[in-house]
Design a protein around this ligand. Structure first.
Ligand code: SF4
Ligand code: SF4
Ligand code: FES
Length: 743
């Protein structure tokens, strides 16, 4: 137990652990020390704004409370009990407001602005400023997502500290000095970082505002609905701001174990896809003249007929972005006595990792972190990348085993790397065994959905160490929940129907997946559940409109294995999936609840260890670790990587694709996110570029099997030789082996 110190704040005695900051010590005593620049998540205090001035007995001058820690016997007075402190704070506010435009009525922050609130409570009641105020051009576009009003900036440096010390992108800077200091981007380039939107929430005034939210609402005509982001498997806790039935912005809802109040820009800014131009709200059926709108009754009749006529030869392709309840309800409906059936799951998952459960926040405290897998962590699970950065700042050793990592690993070679790490003589493996707080992360496809990583973690004895654990980063938000729910929906083993009479594609990710499209070519009939016309119009026989995560009730299971609750923020423009699935199921004598709580209750017994929906609360708990069970042999991949054995001719390179964070059907429908999408470039190792006379920025042709794509070259000195690395969306027509030549 840490040593306690006794302090008195505004005549209230309180004991706090030694080293506690005075702002927190005051909170413990029920007293407020007002702050602007102080934000412990950004690192040590900087004492920039002087809003926190307090009087400390024995010290002649007022002190910045946020920069001090409690020491035994300290006697502190805030503005509530010290006229000197009150005068100091009033003077601070008067100074801050000297050039402030006082345009609260048209400021997006108005009504929820710390400057407005503190000026009201601690500031002077009137102004002595009679000279013209300094004015500057505004708003400055920091990026297509963020506007900067420099007149409102109080130079608290929260935004630049976030950029420098949390996201570590170094793009926001304070330039010039003294009264001329201003916030800017490095070389006035757009602030392009996966985490840029966090500075809007951090800014304590209306200086940094969202271009998507500017002038869209006032705080008194909005509601905030607590829900979960489903744009990646992290499952950040968010609030959806609603005005007149529409989502106007997404804010963080700080779950300290998951996201610590940070969001990535995909989660924060992709909500406009709810109102995409090609959003479908009415069912469509292919007739003689192409797709025609039909009623829901007709749609259910058609779906019933297709299911009955399929003779049991049905395949379902599920998205990992479905809620657990939808995946389960679909499973019950489709596997309820229709005969042979098989499913295409979004990706492999493994329950073996349940023995290594750990909150994501524990990554920040790790001594050593080893990442295996082809994909950059930030593209799969951005917040995990922030936790890794924090661990590095705390002195942790980070080793990335990937084609562009610290330990060069062939594409697809992660499983083999895990086997090496498990051998007793491996130097890195030894460090992992010796560490009390070791974290393993699988970032990429393959590996049996984490099974291979679980075997390694078990071999290293990580289940015995409370601060150690292992994470598999799935490509989709609810891969774990969807797979588990589907498995729980029926017992029977399933055969692969041949030929496929009916393919059911559930969700936009499955609909956009080229392998699912290939399956659709084989299938006689295809039903697609999707939000967007463009995703299914060319190949579906029946399209059923689906809802977005912000329109759904239900649960998802994030990459930690934590079950979290989605709450419907806005009404969907079409019937909820669970409602019509229950209706259709009734036609086959399958009884199903038509709302998420009922389906959850049915699922809870076999999937959630009798958890009740109310147990999840606003900040869901992490389930306890389970006993380690060796993964089934089918989920353990062979050690040799298929990609490594790929024969390449002289001069040919193996194509290494990755799915960029800023990609997918939702991002593609938000114009403001275009600048965040991956550049049309191919990464090459230094030696490969030199061999071809290519330098960074050169136009190159990437060719394979008669296809040619023109891209920019980027030389990546960390990338291994023999590989050409391209984001999926620029590599869609390319095969596994490519040639790269200067254009
Ligand atoms: S823009 Fe906002 S966060 Fe950045 S320094 Fe100014 S007031 Fe602080
Ligand atoms: S990190 Fe993932 S869950 Fe969090 S905001 Fe971004 S996309 Fe959403
Ligand atoms: S809050 Fe203490 S100086 Fe800004």
């Amino acid at each position: 137990m840490s040593e306690l110190v006794a302090v008195t704040i505004d005549d209230r005695p309180v004991e706090v652990p030694k080293g506690t900051g005075l702002v927190e010590a005051a909170q413990a005593a029920g007293v407020e020390i007002p702050v602007f620049c102080y934000e412990p998540r950004l690192g040590p205090p900087v004492g920039a704004c002087r809003m926190c001035l307090i009087e400390i007995e024995g010290m002649p001058k007022l002190q910045a409370g946020c920069t001090l820690t409690a020491t035994d016997g300290m006697v502190i007075h805030t503005a509530a009990t010290s006229a000197k402190a009150a005068e100091g704070q009033e003077a601070t506010l008067e100074f801050i407001l000297v050039n402030h435009p006082l345009d609260c009525p048209v400021c997006d922050k108005g009504g929820e602005c710390p400057l407005q609130d503190l000026a009201f409570r601690y500031g002077p009641g009137n102004t002595r400023m009679t000279l013209p105020k300094l004015t500057v051009d505004k708003p400055i576009p920091v990026s297509p997502l963020i506007a900067l009003d420099r007149e409102r900036c109080i130079l608290c440096y929260r935004c630049t500290r976030f950029s420098e010390d949390v996201a570590e992108d170094g793009q926001l800077i304070a330039r010039n000095r003294g009264a001329r200091t201003e916030i800017a981007t490095f070389e006035d380039e757009a602030y392009r970082s996966p985490f840029s939107g966090n500075v809007i929430e951090l800014c304590p005034v209306g200086a940094l505002t969202s271009t998507l939210y500017r002038f869209a609402a006032r705080p008194w005509d909005i509601q905030n609905v607590p829900t979960i982001c489903t744009a990646c498997p992290v499952g950040c806790n968010v609030s959806a701001t609603i005005r007149e039935g529409k989502v106007k912005r997404i804010l963080s809802r700080n779950h300290p174990e998951i996201d610590r109040g940070w969001l990535c820009d995909k989660g924060r800014f992709s909500y406009p896809h709810l109102r995409a131009e090609d959003r479908i709200t009415t069912p469509l059926r292919r007739g003689k003249k192409g797709l025609e709108e039909i009623t829901w009754d007709d749609a259910l009749d058609s779906a019933e007929e297709m299911l009955r006529n399929a003779g049991g030869a049905i395949v379902t392709a599920l998205s990992g972005s479905e809620t657990t309840e939808i995946a389960y309800a679909l499973g019950r409906l489709l596997r309820g006595g229709h005969g042979a059936h098989s499913a295409v799951m979004p990706e492999a998952t493994s329950t073996a990792l349940e023995a290594f459960h750990l909150p994501l926040s524990a990554i920040g405290d790790a001594e050593i972190i080893v990442v295996v897998g082809d994909d950059p962590v930030v593209e799969r699970a951005p917040i995990v990348d922030l936790w890794i950065k924090e661990a590095r700042r705390h002195g942790a050793e980070i080793v990335v085993c990937s084609p562009a990592g610290d330990l060069a690993t062939e594409p697809g070679g992660a499983a083999a790397r895990c086997q090496e790490l498990a051998t007793p003589r491996d130097a890195l493996g030894k460090k992992l065994r010796a560490a009390e707080r070791a974290v393993l992360i699988w970032s990429g496809p393959g590996g049996g959905g984490g099974a291979r990583l679980a075997e390694l973690a078990h071999e290293l004895g990580l289940e015995e160490k409370a601060g150690s654990g292992a994470f598999h980063l799935p490509a989709t938000a609810n891969a774990l929940g969807a797979a588990a729910a589907w498995a729980a929906s029926a017992d029977a083993d399933e055969a692969n129907p041949e030929p496929i009479e009916l393919l059911i594609v559930s969700g936009d990710e499955a609909a956009a997946d080229p392998s699912v499209r290939a399956l659709a070519e084989e299938a006689k009939r295809v039903i697609v559940l999707t939000m967007f016309h463009e995703l299914a119009a060319g190949w579906a026989d029946l399209i059923l409109p689906s809802t977005a995560a912000l329109e759904r009730d239900g649960t998802t299971m994030n990459l930690e294995g934590r079950v979290q609750r989605l709450r419907r923020a806005v009404p969907p423009p079409c019937p909820d999936e669970l409602a019509w699935i229950a209706k259709l199921a009734a036609r086959f004598d399958v009884e199903l609840a038509s709302e998420a709580p009922g389906v959850f209750e049915e699922l809870a017994g076999h999937l959630f260890r009798d958890l009740a929906l109310d147990d999840l609360g606003l900040h869901a708990p992490l389930p306890a670790r389970q006993t380690y069970e060796t993964p089934a042999p089918s989920s353990s991949l062979p050690a040799a990587s298929p990609a490594a054995s790929l024969e390449t001719e002289d001069g040919a390179l193996r194509l290494q694709r990755f799915r960029a964070l800023f990609s997918g059907p939702a991002v593609e429908r938000v114009a403001q996110l275009d600048f965040q999408r991956p550049d049309a470039e191919v990464e090459l190792a230094t030696a490969e570029a030199e061999r071809r006379g290519i330098t960074s920025g050169d136009a190159v042709f990437v060719r394979s099997n008669g296809t040619s794509v023109e891209l920019r070259a980027r030389v990546n000195r960390k990338l291994i030789e023999g590989v050409a690395r391209i984001a999926d969306e620029h590599a869609s027509d390319l095969h596994a082996v490519v040639e790269v030549v200067k254009a």
